[in-house]
Design a protein around this ligand. Structure first.
Ligand code: PEP
Ligand code: MG
Length: 895
């Protein structure tokens, strides 16, 4: 018989390996308790208990008994009883899921206070005001969170009392006033719910735990999970812990500390401290904190002790840690720790530094960063001139540069984002209710709160630009405007530039300049701690990765840039742009040709132009493979628009004969579904001379490069093959031309000839196709369209947002490969192709080739390379390295 499920663990019983059961916070508290850090004692109700509650609507029957036993142990350890009328033990009840969801679920503090024990607390602490303030907080939090009363009603009641005293500071309210407010709160609860605030401390505890369970399914928690791809069925643990107080006077306080700077990664402890305050005040940004170093002046002993604990934690977790701490009358308590969230910049620097300090290995350092972070660092920054004076300064909370129209609430941010507009969300401070707007906006600007305020923490997690605590701004959300200290009034819709690296705000759109990281990647030279860290991570990724990384590039300039960024060749050179611009006339002539002679003449005119294009690209990629795809799009895409032509003809006094012919051709070639029409290899087989001209241009360019002493490695790729017979015929024609050019030039021209696998039929018959292909390149753009039976352009504009919202898609299948469907076809294609031709080269050149998650999939599917846009190459190299590490360590995908 298996042991009965245990739903409650004391902090002394858990460990950091139990995060799935105890949640991240519970596991951290347990680990710190084991390490001997000063953690107020407590216990954790498991995520399993929450899951039972969510499934059945009731707590597991054993929970009551287990929690009562844990409470009795806690009371014994503290020498006080929960809610006892003389010297009460008070408890905090906090959520703590497996993955951190800052501010998304509920917290209730000061459980155990009631009309009797508030007097006991006043006596024991010697502070009437403190006791009534604590009771007031409990009734307020309990009323809002557990009993569902609108929080604004409480805020309004406090505001009225403050106005009566002509103050805006809570500290000016004395004990009697707070007692009156508490009574009013109880009255509000009675009025709104028809029930009383419960006086029984155990009932308070039980209901608080249940409220935390329920907050797992609250609106804001669900939105957050969806965005962060956190599964909905994990549930949250609940941590019940003895209260300690930071609001007992000048020798008390509370703060947040990091073992290193989470914004830049710089070494040395870092954080915020709020004297004479309760824990939640720092995170909510309601009051402004002072830098942590200030604690060193106020209370050197606690400061030094905190430093030691930070050191212990970082050495133990071997990573950046953050802690929440409280000083209660000169005694330091650590309330929470976790591996800290950080910006992309900090991620690279910290991984690099910890490796240099021999705390972690090079493999571990590589696993601490990812491609999305690297891409973010390559984004441009503002090009600020000395004359660009900011209209406001604040805390540089999340770096980067963003330009957008000012909006004052979430709904407006979402509305404008849906219309494609970039916005900056401006709030006094943010709460979890602002989350949808924060997701929609490019940047967040607040007038209150420090680096650990809600706005800052959430923005960093999302990689959004954030400036917070810009105190000089008078924000008026009702009038929908803010005023700067110099009197500039900025209205909704006005454009501002937010610099999250400098912590400044400028009026208007500032010009952007390339990032240092982007520049360093192209020159492969570091210019400072960040760029050196990035280059080191990439160099390690290159040394461990198995996947090659090529570029999708169509011009010599792109090819050069891609090569500088580390591309090992071109995986897809699309040739259609070579048929545009001034060459369109020749393409028209080819299409309109009445006979072979006219068509051949048009093709002959295109030939030298294409040859020069290819020669340029082969030169830029000398020594590396260049996969050139023969023309893919339907020919009518190169002709003028049908309606435009018809109108031109109808309104002309003397209709142009050429226009008439063009319109006839356009009408003849019109297709209902061009994506599924005469394109790819079908086009090559249908238009005489087209394949021959392109292959000749490639072959002659290769011969020319060989003549110039180069090392051209062109590969010919036939698109949109559905059956081996198509490839066999196209290949036969290509080989005829190659042989002819070899004869004419006296050069060896055994160019590989392969195909794209971008139709389900091609993947399903890959074994046959491999008989005549030297390589496969999976065109996952078309393969996704044809597997799902949808057109990307139409679907993304119509029902994709709905599908994402309904959770039918987690992410668009055009961004991240659909492993089960399209991915399965890729796996089948590779397997069947290799079984027939063991030397078959395989790659992917759809957009998924640059997507971090897809790259991990392609690594495991055994492809030889991925090919992506030049700017995604560094991230692809990094992710290919991380994917390879997963083979050996089994630990790649996330921190
Ligand atoms: C593809 O289909 O994945 C591909 C690379 O081709 P294109 O996007 O040009 O259709
Ligand atoms: Mg395609």
């Amino acid at each position: 018989m298996s042991a009965p499920t245990k739903y409650v663990y004391s902090f002394a019983e858990g460990s950091r390996d139990m995060a799935a059961l105890l949640g991240g916070k519970g596991a951290g508290l347990a680990e710190m308790t084991r390490l001997g850090l000063p953690v107020p004692p407590g216990f954790t109700v498991t995520t399993e208990a929450c899951r039972v509650y969510l499934r059945t609507g009731q707590e597991p029957p054993e929970l009551g008994v287990e929690a009562a036993r844990a409470l009795a142990d806690l009371e014994r350890a503290m020498g006080r009883k929960l809610g006892a009328p003389d010297d009460p033990l008070l408890l905090s009840v906090r959520s703590g899921a497996r993955f951190s969801m800052p501010g998304m679920m509920e917290t209730i503090l000061d459980i155990g206070l009631n009309d009797d024990s508030v007097t006991g607390l006043a006596k024991a602490s010697g502070q009437q005001r403190f006791a009534w303030d604590s009771y007031r907080r409990l009734v307020q939090m309990f009323g809002r969170t557990v009993m569902g009363v609108d929080g604004d009603l409480f805020e309004a009641a406090i505001a009225e009392h403050k106005a009566g005293r002509s103050t805006t500071d809570d500290h000016d309210l004395d004990a009697a006033e707070l007692a009156a407010i508490t009574d009013e709160f109880k009255e509000i609860i009675r009025r709104e719910t028809g029930g009383d605030f419960p006086q029984d401390p155990v009932e308070q505890l039980t209901r608080a735990i249940r409220a935390v369970f329920e907050s797992w399914n609250g609106e804001r928690a669900r939105v957050y999970r969806h965005r962060e791809h956190i599964p909905d069925d994990l549930g949250t643990a609940v941590n019940v812990q003895a209260m300690v107080f930071g609001n007992l006077g000048a020798d008390s306080g509370t703060g947040v500390a990091f073992t290193r700077d989470p914004a830049t990664g710089a070494r040395g402890r870092y954080g915020d401290y709020l004297p004479d305050a309760q824990g939640e005040d720092v995170v909510s940004g309601v009051r402004d904190a002072v830098p942590l170093a200030e604690l060193g002046r106020l209370d050197p002993r606690s400061y030094d002790e905190l430093g030691e604990h930070l050191h212990t934690l970082e050495a133990h977790y071997r990573d950046l840690c953050d802690v929440e701490f409280t000083v209660e009358r000169g005694t330091l308590w650590i309330l929470q720790t976790r591996v800290g969230k950080r910006t992309a910049e900090a991620a690279f620097r910290i991984a690099h530094d910890l490796r240099e300090e021999s705390v972690i290995t090079a493999d571990e350092a590589l696993n601490r960063v990812d491609g999305a972070e690297l891409t973010r660092l390559m984004f441009p920054r503002f090009d600020i001139r000395p004359t660009d004076v900011p209209i406001a300064h604040g805390v540089a909370a999340s770096p980067g540069a963003a330009v957008g129209a000012v909006v004052f609430d979430s709904a407006e941010a979402r509305r404008r984002a849906a219309a494609g507009e970039h916005t900056v969300l401006v709030r006094r401070e943010t709460t979890p209710d602002d989350l949808p707007g924060m997701i929609a906006a490019e940047a967040i600007l607040t007038s209150r709160g420090g680096k650990t305020s809600h706005a800052a923490v959430v923005a960093r997690g999302m990689g959004k630009v954030c400036v917070c605590g810009a105190e000089s701004l008078a924000i008026d959300p009702v009038a929908r405007q803010f005023t700067t200290s110099s009197g500039v009034v900025v209205h909704e819709g006005d454009v501002v530039s937010v610099d999250g690296t400098a912590g400044t705000v400028h009026l208007g759109a500032l010009p952007l300049t390339a990032s240092d990281v982007g520049r360093s990647l192209e020159t492969a030279r570091g210019t400072g701690p960040l760029t050196e860290a990035v280059l080191q991570a990439l160099s390690h990724a290159d040394s461990v990765r198995r996947l090659g990384v090529r570029a999708n590039a169509d011009t010599p300039e792109d090819a050069e840039r891609a090569r500088a960024l580390g591309a090992q060749g071109i995986g897809l050179c699309r040739t259609e742009h070579m048929f545009l611009g001034e060459r369109r006339a020749l393409v028209e002539a080819m299409i309109l040709a009445r006979d072979d002679t006219a068509r051949e003449a048009a093709l002959a005119a295109l030939l030298p132009l294409q040859r020069a294009d290819f020669a340029g690209i082969l030169k830029a990629m000398d020594g590396l493979p260049v996969t050139i795809r023969l023309l893919d799009p339907p020919l009518h895409e190169f002709l003028p628009d049908r309606t435009e032509l018809a109108v031109r003809l109808a309104s002309a006094v003397h209709p142009d004969l050429h226009d008439r012919e063009l319109l006839d051709a356009v009408e003849r070639m019109h297709e209902q579904n061009p994506m599924l029409g005469l394109r790819g290899v079908r086009l090559g087989l249908a238009v005489p001379g087209l394949v021959a001209m392109q292959v000749r241009a490639i072959a002659e360019a290769v011969a020319e490069r060989l003549g110039a002493g180069g090392e051209p490695c062109a590969e010919i790729m036939i698109p949109l093959v559905g059956t081996v017979e198509e490839l066999r015929q196209a290949r036969a024609e290509a080989e005829r031309v190659l042989a002819a050019v070899a004869d004419e030039t006296g050069r060896e021209l055994g160019l590989p000839i392969g195909t794209m696998i971008e139709l389900p039929r091609a993947a399903l018959t890959a074994g046959r196709i491999a008989e005549v292909a030297d390589f496969f390149s999976f065109g996952t753009n078309d393969l996704t369209q044809t597997t799902w039976g949808l057109s990307r352009d139409d679907a993304e504009a119509s029902f994709f947002p709905l599908y994402l919202e309904k959770g039918i898609f987690d992410v668009s299948p055009f961004e991240t490969i659909d492993r089960e469907g399209v991915g399965r076809l890729v796996e089948m294609g590779v397997e069947a192709g290799r079984a027939v031709n063991s030397r078959l080269q395989t790659g992917v050149c759809g957009e998924h080739g640059g997507d971090p998650q897809s790259i991990h999939f392609f690594h495991h599917a055994g492809l030889d390379y991925v090919s992506c846009s030049p700017f995604r190459i560094p991230a692809a190299r990094l992710e290919a390295g991380r994917a390879a590490l997963a083979d050996t360590t089994g630990t790649s995908d996330s921190r």
